[in-house]
Design a protein around this ligand. Structure first.
Ligand SMILES: [Mg+2]
Length: 330
């Protein structure tokens, strides 16, 4: 593969309504789009989408890393030091390789992998009623798994939200929660005792830090997932070894790309644990790359958290939206 052109462009993502997590509220954000063109005109794209609380780099760092990579090494040099820039390069090279091979990325990586993925929907809303309505709409649209953020409204506010969502979606839809490290260990255990009655699939990041997660997981009535407390393959290995979680959330855009995510998934599975592939709330180029990776490694259950293009009013590409709760990969 000879790369004839590498374009680096900063682009804006804007959400339909602001997304609030324990790390803060975002209404819009900048990302960097990498477009590679080979000598025959084949195109491959990747996205660098830094997000405070989830990646160590900023959009400025990612952009300058990609510009250096594009100028100096286009295709055969060392990957950039910035983790989100690495994700963009890895995704763009895979995308380009698939185009050249006249196949899709997931088939290039694993020929028998599924071409559709049932995905979890993130329900959002500023009030209890709004979030319950968002969850109900996701189920009506065909999703069998719904996720909501907790940890930003106090224990009673969280219980109100979880209870309202559970009663609106019924007993058969899976419900997962994400506290983004909002609680301390004793508080998390008190919350979990109350939340357990709502049949929670798993709770991501009740507390921040691998040791704290291990302490919670030891006594939790609900399965615990580690996410941003284990941002690298090394951290994930340590989380697995210390029993910090029941399962590991993998964000290809935050860990350095699909290839690094696959390496992490192998470590997690070797330890007998499961992975969930999710987005970084990035644009549809990054979401698509994550979906192809999820298919290629067979990370289909629990459902990947990749329905997030629907949250975007301004996207970087044609929105990669689920159809009847499934992403169609082609
Ligand atoms: Mg999470």
């Amino acid at each position: 593969m000879r790369i004839a052109e590498a374009r680096v462009e900063r682009r804006l993502l804007r959400y339909h309504s602001p997304i609030t997590t324990a790390h803060g509220t975002i209404a819009d954000r900048w990302m960097v789009l990498l477009t590679l063109v080979d000598e025959d005109g084949n195109i491959g794209q990747g996205e660098a989408a830094p997000l405070a609380g989830f990646t160590p780099d900023t959009v400025e760092i990612a952009e300058s890393a990609l510009r250096r990579w594009a100028a100096d090494q286009a295709g055969d040099g060392d990957p950039p030091a910035s983790v989100t820039a690495r994700a963009a390069v890895d995704s763009a090279l895979l995308d380009l390789a698939a185009r050249i091979a006249a196949t899709s990325v997931h088939r290039l990586l694993a020929p028998e992998s599924p071409d559709r993925l049932a995905v979890s929907a993130l329900a959002t809303g500023a009030s209890v009623e709004a979030i319950a309505a968002s969850a109900a709409a996701a189920v009506a649209a065909g999703h069998g798994t719904v996720k909501i953020k907790v940890g930003t409204h106090g224990m009673n506010g969280d219980l109100d939200r979880v209870s309202a969502v559970r009663s609106r979606i019924g007993p058969d839809v899976r419900l997962r929660l994400d506290a983004n490290g909002a609680w301390g260990v004793p508080e998390a255990l008190r919350h979990l005792d109350r939340l357990a009655e709502f049949d929670i699939e798993f709770l991501e990041e009740p507390v921040a830090g691998i040791e704290n997660l291990a302490a919670v997981r030891n006594s939790s009535p609900v399965p615990i997932a580690v996410d941003e407390s284990a941002p690298t393959v090394e951290d994930i290995s340590r989380a697995v070894e210390t029993g910090a979680a029941d399962l590991v959330v993998l964000k290809p855009s935050a860990i350095g790309g699909p290839s690094e995510a696959a390496r992490a998934a192998a470590i997690v599975r070797d330890a007998g644990m499961n992975v969930v592939v999710t987005s970084l709330l990035e644009g549809s180029v990054g979401i698509r790359a994550a979906a192809h990776l999820a298919s290629a490694i067979g990370a289909v259950d629990p459902a990947p958290g990749l329905a997030t293009a629907s949250l975007l009013a301004v996207d970087v590409a044609t929105p990669f939206l689920p159809v009847n709760g499934e992403l169609l990969l082609g």
